[in-house]
Design a protein around this ligand. Structure first.
Ligand code: ADP
Ligand code: MG
Length: 649
C-alpha cells in the first residue's frame, strides 16, 4: 500500500485504457447533476453577464467552488469558442492534466478532442480543441511566436494567488494584449481575498465573488514544537482513524520522500494492528505529488469502499489546485517546499520552509468542504502568529530569472527594469540572472541577445541546458548531448524499491561512468536503445520504463526544434570526452573540487576554465543534481535520484 511498484503501475495503465479507472464519484450522481451542485452554478448568469460587459474580470471563490472546471465550459456554452479558443492556465502540470481530463468527461468527449491540455513536452490538443488547459509556462512560450495570442478568444489565468513566476510575467504581457485587442477577454481567478491587487493592476476592473459554501473548521495546535513531523503526522492520522467518526484525512507534507515515508509508516502501523487482531476499518493510503504517474494521481478522486477511510498524503498541490471531496480531517505539518535562488550555489534549489499563514488557512479550509471539520496543526499557535509570514513571497522575488530575462529580451523588452511587473523582482536578482546569461554567452557586453542567446530561447529548457545542447553542435556530439539533456528533463529513471535496495543499487552500479553522472545517464539510455527500447529490459535493470519513454519523447521533441533551426545531428561515437566538455560549458560556474576521497567538495569560485583532466573536479550540477553513488557521506539522495552535494558547505 502506498508504494508504487511496477506491477501496480502496469495494472493501472491497463485499467485506464479499458476506461475503468474513471472516478466512481460519478456512480452516485450524474456528472451534470454534480455540475449543478457547485457554488459557481448558482451565479452562472450574473458571471457571464459581467464577462460580457468587461474585458477583464477578477473572479474570487473558495477552492472547490468550480472555477477551474466550470468557467471554461460556461464560456464555451456562451459562444466564445465560435471565434477562437478558451485557454486556461495553471501553475501546476498535475492540475492542468487532471482538470482537462475531468472537463472532457463532463463534456463527454475524448481528452485531446474538444478539451485538451498542454504542458512542457506534452501537447494533448487537436484541431477540434476549443478548451485548452495548459501550464502558465506553456502560454508564456506561446507569446514568443504570437505576441497577440490571436488564437485565444478568452484566457483564464487560474490560481493567480499562487503568484508563480510565469503567471507574474504573463500579467505584464497580457495587460498589453488586452490594450491591443478589443475582442480579447481576460479572466483572472484567485482562491484568496487579495484580489484587489489583481484588479488594481488591470485598472480597477470588477471583482466577481462566488458565494462560498463552507463549514466551520476547528483548529487544534500542538502544545510544543514537534521534532519529527512525519512521525507526529502518522500518529495523529492513526488516532483519528481509530477513534474518530468517518471522514477522509488529508496530510500535508513537503515532498515525495516524506510522502513515501509517511505512507510506508502508515501501512506498517495498519499491518501491525491487523496482526495483533485488532478490529480496525480499512485505511486507503494515497500519495499525491507532481512526479507521481498520472494514473496513480487519479486514484485520489476515487471513492473508498464502504467502511474504509481514505488518507491522502500530499504536497501543497492539494492546497488549492486539486480539490478532493469528503475530507473532514486535515493534518498540517506547517511546512512546504519552495524554490529559492541560492546565490552561493548560483542556482535555484528546493528548500523546506514554514508556509505562510494564508497557506495554513487554505490547508485548514480543506477540512470544511463537505461538513464541519477539524484541522490538526503540528506547530504551536505562537509559531502561527509570530513566525509565519502573512502571505507567501511571489516566486519572481526569490528565484533565478534566467529564463524570464531571456524571454523578455527576445520580446524586445530591453530595459527589464521598465517591465510592468505587479511586484518587481529585486534588482539584484535581475542583475545576477543577466550576469549568468552573459557568462553562458547568451547576452553580449551591452546586454543584448547573442546568436547563441536567440537560439537558446527556442528551447523549453533552462538556459544552461539549452547552452549544453547548442555546444553539442559546436563540439560535434549533439546526438549524445541531446540524450543527456532529455534524461535530465525527466524524473529519475532509477528504480529503488525499499525491499530491494541492495539489488537495485548493484544494478545501477553497472551503468556507472566514473567521470560523470551525466554520462551514466547517457550510458543507460544508449543501452536501453541497444536493447530495442524494451520494457522488460528496464524491469530487469531496475529502471523506470515510463521515465525512459518520457526521455525518448522529450528527445524527439528537442530534435524537432533542432531541425527547425537547421542544426544537423552529429555524433562523437564512443569518445565521450567532448560530451563532458559540452556539459562543462553549461555548468562550469558550478564547478567544485573534491577535497579528498569520500570528502566534501569545495566550490571553485573562479570562473577560469575548469581542468577536465583533474579527476577531483566534479560537481557540474543542475538543480538537485551532482555526482552520485559510491561516495558515501558526500551526498544525500534527492530529486532526480542524483546525489546532491552541498557545495561550499
Ligand atoms: P476550484 O477551481 O474553484 O477550486 P474545481 O473546478 O477545481 O474548483 O472543482 C470543482 C469540483 O470538481 C470539486 O468538487 C472537485 O472535487 C471536482 N473535481 C475536480 N477535478 C476532478 C477530478 N479529476 N475527478 C473528480 N472530481 C473532480
Ligand atoms: Mg481551481
Amino acid at each position: 500500500q502506498g508504494e508504487v511498484d511496477f506491477k501496480e503501475e502496469a495494472k493501472f495503465a491497463q485499467n485506464l485504457k479499458k476506461g475503468e479507472a474513471v472516478s466512481d464519484f460519478a456512480k452516485s450522481k450524474t456528472l451534470s447533476q454534480q455540475r449543478q451542485y457547485l457554488p459557481i452554478f448558482s451565479v452562472r448568469e450574473e458571471l457571464l453577464q459581467v464577462v460580457r460587459e468587461n474585458q477583464v474580470v477578477v473572479v474570487v471563490g473558495e477552492t472547490g467552488s468550480g472555477k477551474t472546471t466550470q468557467l471554461t465550459q460556461y464560456l464555451h456554452e456562451d459562444g466564445y469558442t465560435i471565434s477562437g479558443i478558451v485557454g486556461c492556465t495553471q501553475p501546476r502540470r498535475v492540475a492542468a492534466m487532471s482538470v482537462a481530463k475531468r472537463v472532457s468527461e463532463e463534456l463527454e468527449t475524448e481528452l485531446g478532442d474538444e478539451v485538451g491540455y498542454a504542458i512542457r513536452f506534452e501537447d494533448v490538443t487537436g484541431p477540434n480543441t476549443v478548451i485548452k488547459y495548459m501550464t502558465d509556462g506553456v502560454l508564456l512560450k506561446e507569446t514568443l511566436k504570437d505576441s497577440d495570442l490571436e488564437k485565444y478568444r478568452v484566457v483564464v489565468m487560474d490560481e493567480a494567488h499562487e503568484r508563480s513566476l510565469s503567471t507574474d510575467v504573463l500579467f505584464g504581457i497580457l495587460k498589453k494584449v488586452v490594450a491591443r485587442r478589443r475582442d480579447f477577454k481576460l479572466i483572472v481567478t484567485s482562491a484568496t481575498l487579495n484580489a484587489q491587487k489583481f484588479s488594481n493592476f488591470f485598472g480597477s476592473v470588477p471583482i466577481f465573488r462566488i458565494p462560498g459554501r463552507t463549514f466551520p473548521v476547528k483548529t487544534l495546535y500542538s502544545k510544543t514544537p514537534c521534532e519529527d513531523y512525519v512521525e507526529a503526522a502518522v500518529k495523529q492520522a492513526m488516532t483519528i482513524h481509530i477513534t474518530s467518526d468517518p471522514g477522509d484525512i488529508l496530510i500535508f507534507m513537503t515532498g515525495q520522500d516524506e510522502i513515501e515515508a509517511t505512507c510506508y509508516a502508515l501501512a506498517e502501523r495498519m499491518e501491525s494492528l491487523k496482526s495483533s487482531n485488532k478490529e480496525v476499518p480499512k485505511l486507503l493510503i494515497l500519495p499525491i505529488y507532481s512526479q507521481l504517474p498520472a494514473d496513480l494521481q487519479a486514484k485520489i478522486f476515487q471513492k473508498a469502499e464502504d467502511g474504509a477511510r481514505k488518507c491522502i498524503v500530499a504536497t501543497n498541490i492539494a492546497e488549492t489546485s486539486l480539490t478532493v471531496d469528503g475530507i473532514f480531517y486535515v493534518i498540517d505539518t506547517g511546512y512546504g517546499k519552495i524554490k529559492v535562488y541560492n546565490p552561493c550555489m548560483g542556482m535555484d534549489a528546493l528548500q523546506v520552509f514554514p508556509v505562510s499563514r494564508a497557506a495554513a488557512d487554505q490547508r485548514a479550509g480543506r477540512a470544511g468542504r463537505t461538513g464541519p471539520g477539524t484541522c490538526y496543526r503540528l506547530y504551536t499557535e505562537s509559531a502561527y502568529l509570530n513566525e509565519m509570514l502573512p502571505s507567501p513571497v511571489p516566486e519572481i522575488q526569490r528565484t533565478n530569472l534566467g529564463n524570464v530575462v531571456l524571454l523578455l529580451k527576445s520580446l524586445k523588452i530591453d530595459n527589464l527594469l521598465d517591465f510592468d511587473f505587479m511586484d518587481p523582482p529585486p534588482q539584484e536578482i535581475i542583475l545576477n540572472s543577466m550576469y549568468q546569461l552573459w557568462v553562458l554567452g547568451a547576452l553580449n557586453n551591452v546586454g543584448n541577445l547573442t546568436d547563441l542567446g536567440w537560439n537558446m530561447v527556442e528551447f523549453p529548457l533552462d538556459p544552461p541546458l539549452a547552452k549544453m545542447l547548442l555546444m553539442g553542435e559546436q563540439l560535434g556530439c549533439i546526438n549524445e548531448v541531446l540524450t543527456v539533456v532529455s534524461m535530465l528533463s525527466v524524473p529519475s529513471v532509477f528504480f529503488r524499491p525499499k525491499d530491494r535496495v541492495e539489488e537495485s543499487d548493484a544494478a545501477r552500479e553497472k551503468f556507472f561512468v566514473p567521470e560523470s553522472d551525466h554520462l551514466t545517464l547517457l550510458n543507460v539510455y544508449q543501452q536501453w536503445k541497444a536493447n530495442q527500447y524494451r520494457g522488460d529490459w528496464c524491469n530487469d535493470h531496475f529502471l523506470h520504463v515510463k521515465g525512459l519513454r518520457k526521455a525518448r519523447e522529450v528527445r524527439s521533441q528537442l530534435l524537432d526544434i533542432l531541425k527547425t533551426l537547421k542544426i544537423a545531428l552529429t555524433s562523437c561515437g564512443p569518445d565521450w570526452d567532448v560530451v563532458r566538455k559540452a556539459i562543462c560549458s553549461a555548468y562550469f560556474h558550478n564547478a567544485a573540487r573534491l577535497k579528498g576521497v569520500g570528502e566534501l567538495y569545495s566550490r571553485l569560485c573562479s570562473l577560469s576554465r575548469v581542468n577536465l583532466d583533474d579527476k577531483r573536479v566534479h560537481a557540474m550540477c543542475n538543480v538537485g543534481g551532482a555526482p552520485m553513488a559510491g561516495r558515501a557521506g558526500s551526498h544525500v539522495f534527492l530529486g532526480k535520484g542524483f546525489g546532491y552535494v552541498n557545495v561550499g558547505a
